[in-house]
Structure formats: C-alpha cells, structure tokens
Design a binder for this molecule. Structure first.
Ligand SMILES: [Zn+2]
Length: 249
C-alpha cells in the first residue's frame, strides 16, 4: 500500500494543484493537518469551500485521508475548544477525516483530530482505545502535532511536540505516526523527517513555500520511505525495527 504523505499546506493552492497531478500514483494521499491558514487574508469560510472542493477532486484520483490541525477548526464546542466540523461534512467512502478508522488490507489507519483542550484530548484518547480493540497487522496514526522529544519535533531551538501523544505511542505502539506542525524539523541537523520511538516510526514531512509541497512517499508493504523537498531526496529503509535508523541522501 503506497501513501503520499504531506502536511501544512496552509491554503497554498499551487501545492494542492500539485497533489492533484500526482495523486493517482498512490493508494492514499495523507494530509496531516493545517489545510487552512487562519493567518491568511481569506476568510476561513471561503478557504473551507475551496479546500473542500479540492479534496473532492483529489478523491476522484485516489483515496484521501485528512486530519485537522490547529489552523483547521472553524467551530467551538460548548467547552470552548476548536473543532473542524467542516471536515465531518466532506467525508465520503474515499475521503476519511477526524475520528475515522480506516481498514484496508492488513492495515488500520486512525485519523486523529487536533485536540484543543482537555475535552477533545480525552475524546481522542478514547477513540484510540476503541480503535485498539479492532487491531490490524499495521496500525497507522495521522495526528497533526508530532510526538515530543524526537527528531521530528525539533523547531531549531527546542522540541515543540505533543507529550500526550508520546504517552499514547508508549501505550499502543502503533507502526507509524504521520504528523506535521513543526514546519522546519526535517531541515535541521538535529531534526529530521523520520525517527523512532520504541517500536513506532514517527514521520513529519515539514513544510516549504512554493508550488511543490514537501512529501514522504511511504510504502507500507516494503516499509521504504522517501522524503522529497527542494533540498533534495532522502530515503530510509524502515523494514527492520532492530537496525539503527539510517537516512540516505
Ligand atoms: Zn502548520
């Protein structure tokens, strides 16, 4: 099963166009959050309309998995936590969004919402507990913020990941976690686009401006991962959990 993983497109329509051109080579395109840009010049409602259409078009070429990030919530719950209600409205049998559990072949994919406070955090933990009751050979999580204290959470000055996610990873040992959020992590020497926490591979494709997004091509059958950015290509063989992580430029 071949995935094309990207994140933090932040309403860069050229990058969405690029995805449309590339999507049919993969079984899934995975968008690990921050599809919108709350700091953008367009109202969120307009962005939601445009991006919903993009995702629908994209889903005609491949299956789509999209989780919400901190830029994607347009609604507040009664307890005042942001939530991406619009994504629930675009779910189809080819577009999978927050809260969903996608079973395909020997793989299960959990699409985690952005948690914005104790209530949504608890709900997400309960979702993963529920999903853990329906195991598959490989369990993939899509979760906007990366786990903390690893290469993919390095901001250049400190780690900016989600410690709660580390606890969940240590509890359930998923096969791979795809995140984003820390745009620059892949580009620092002590950072990276891939790392390992226990038995779990953690990936963050990062973000770059311009017409082409940073991407990770991830083959779940061979466990080969290829990272592409404007700085070039790097590959990693993730098939052996006991071997040290070796990223090849
Ligand atoms: Zn972002």
């Amino acid at each position: 099963m071949k995935l094309l993983v990207t994140s933090d497109l932040h309403y860069n329509l050229q990058q969405f166009d690029w995805l449309l051109q590339t999507a049919d080579r993969y079984d899934y395109v995975v968008l690990a959050g921050d599809l919108l840009n709350v700091a953008g010049y367009l109202e969120l409602e307009v962005q939601i309309t445009v991006i919903s259409e993009y995702l629908q078009t994209l889903s005609q070429r491949t299956k789509v998995i999209a989780c919400s990030g901190n830029h994607d919530g347009e609604n507040k719950t009664r307890s005042g936590e942001y939530t991406a209600t619009w994504m629930q409205g675009i779910a189809t049998d080819r577009i999978f969004v927050d809260w969903q559990h996608v079973h395909d072949d020997d793989t299960a994919i959990s699409v985690c919402p952005w948690w914005d406070g104790p209530e949504s955090r608890q709900a997400m933990a309960e979702m993963l507990a529920e999903h853990s009751q329906h195991p598959a050979k490989k369990w993939v999580w899509v979760h906007h913020a990366p786990p903390d204290a690893c290469r993919v959470s390095w901001t250049g000055k400190r780690h900016g990941g989600d410690r709660f996610l580390n606890q969940l990873i240590e509890l359930y040992h998923p096969t791979v976690v795809f995140s984003g959020h820390i745009h620059t992590a892949p580009f620092y020497q002590v950072g990276g686009w891939v790392d390992r926490i226990g038995k779990t591979w953690v990936c963050n494709p990062g973000h770059q401006p311009g017409p082409v997004p940073t991407t990770i091509q991830f083959d779940l059958s061979t466990m080969m991962a290829v990272f592409d950015s404007s700085e070039g290509r790097e590959t990693a063989d993730l098939s052996d959990l006991d071997a040290p992580l070796h990223v090849q430029a």
